[in-house]
Design a protein around this ligand. Structure first.
Ligand SMILES: [Zn+2]
Ligand SMILES: [Zn+2]
Length: 380
């Protein structure tokens, strides 16, 4: 493994200015900072590599020697120690003391097992189910700790051994020219431990795919896009680490009768012409029992009625929305002979064309007012 070119390490061109250098280093330092990558030897190496490259290239003198002689030109400049003390000064300068804001030094536990992944489950429920508290049974495929070995990956009765290659350190060091270079141990992949006698249930992985049945309580009034968090029901962490969470994302299906608007419901009910003209009562569906709606006489088509408290429960648990009913005149597709003659009789009593000249109702003289006023006079 030969030492990488400093410009390549920082991903900058050879004529980069100090500002570009700083911003390239800042990005890498954020990304690979050990506090943000606990136990990740590879990230640590990248962090040190970037720091070393920046220490040389940010110093005009060292940069000139590096440009001319390569790594050999700066090998005596303290760059081989990984952390030149000046780098900490540079680091502070670059981050302006805002390190905490970016999660540096947040006291995250080092060396512990990592947490399992969060899972997402999309749950379809009917509008009827959304109106009341329900229980849903979910079938969740997830990685769980192996029951046989308790997640260690080692066969029962045995345990993971200290890695012989790195003697448990997780990394191996070797001499590379003037430098001592550390690299993640290939045998244990940085874990420091190897399984010599793997568990035959999980093949040494410590986890196995399982299909788990879970019951989840879905609160009344839930709406599409809302999610329920089931703590600790995600994937189990590798090597016995804590489990992630399960997020159940709700999708409320469309309903053939009701349209939903938050906690309110809306439906369109066809009503006969005689009922609209003379008034009457009609049954109206709700998510529970039917309601009786009183239609006053001379009700126009598309009039909206509100039935309070017959919508969905508020998901907060207090009160319910309303049900809105739009009445629409129902025109029959076919009529009987008798109905036909009655309608014809009715028709003869009614003005035909509102826009044609006719006599005013009040004065009996020719109506010459504009169209909409004439219409009002006839149908109003
Ligand atoms: Zn196992
Ligand atoms: Zn090792």
């Amino acid at each position: 493994m030969s030492k990488r070119d400093y410009y390549d390490v920082l991903g900058v061109s050879r004529d980069v200015d100090s500002q570009g250098l700083k911003s390239a280093y800042r990005k890498l330092a954020f990304k690979y900072h050990p506090d943000r990558n606990p136990n990740d030897k590879a990230a640590e190496e990248r962090f040190k590599e970037a720091a070393e490259a920046y220490a040389v290239l940010a110093d005009a003198d060292k940069r000139a020697r590096y440009n001319q002689f390569g790594h050999a030109g700066v090998s005596g400049a303290g760059a081989s120690q990984g952390f030149d003390p000046t780098i900490f000064a540079d680091f502070n300068d670059i981050f302006g003391g805002l390190g905490d804001m970016f999660g540096f030094g947040d006291g995250r536990r080092q060396g512990g097992p990592t947490q399992g992944a969060d899972l997402r489950y999309d749950l379809d429920i009917s509008l009827e189910d959304a109106a009341k508290e329900t229980e849903a049974t979910l079938q969740i495929p997830r990685e769980e700790s192996c029951e046989r070995c308790g997640g260690s990956g080692a066969a029962p009765g045995s345990s993971p051994q200290s890695c012989p290659q790195c003697r448990g350190r997780g990394q191996v060091r070797y001499q590379q020219g003037f430098f001592t270079v550390a690299r993640t141990c290939g045998q244990c992949r940085g874990a420091g431990k190897v399984i010599t006698n793997p568990c035959d249930a999980c093949g040494g992985h410590g986890r196995a795919a399982r299909e788990r049945k879970l019951t989840v309580k879905v609160p009344a009034g839930i709406d599409t896009g809302q999610r329920l968090r089931l703590q600790g029901e995600g994937e189990h962490g590798p090597r016995g680490g804590p489990a992630g969470d399960l997020y159940v994302v709700i999708h409320v299906q469309n309903h053939p009768v009701f349209h939903r608007d938050g906690s309110d419901l809306l439906c369109v009910i066809p009503v006969t012409y005689p009922t609209l003209v003379l008034g009457g009562t009609i049954p109206v569906p709700t998510l529970g029992n039917d309601e009786i709606l009183t239609v006053p006489k001379s009700t126009q088509s598309d009039t909206r009625f509100r039935i309070r408290g017959k919508g969905l429960p508020h998901v907060t648990g207090r009160g319910r929305g309303d049900l809105f009913v739009d009445v629409k005149v129902a025109v029959p597709k076919s009529v009987s002979q008798e109905q036909k003659s009655i309608i014809e009789k009715l028709d003869k009593t009614m003005p035909k064309r509102a826009f044609e000249p006719h006599e005013r109702r009040d004065t009996g003289e020719a109506d010459t007012r504009p169209f909409f006023e004439r219409v009002k006079d006839i149908f109003g």
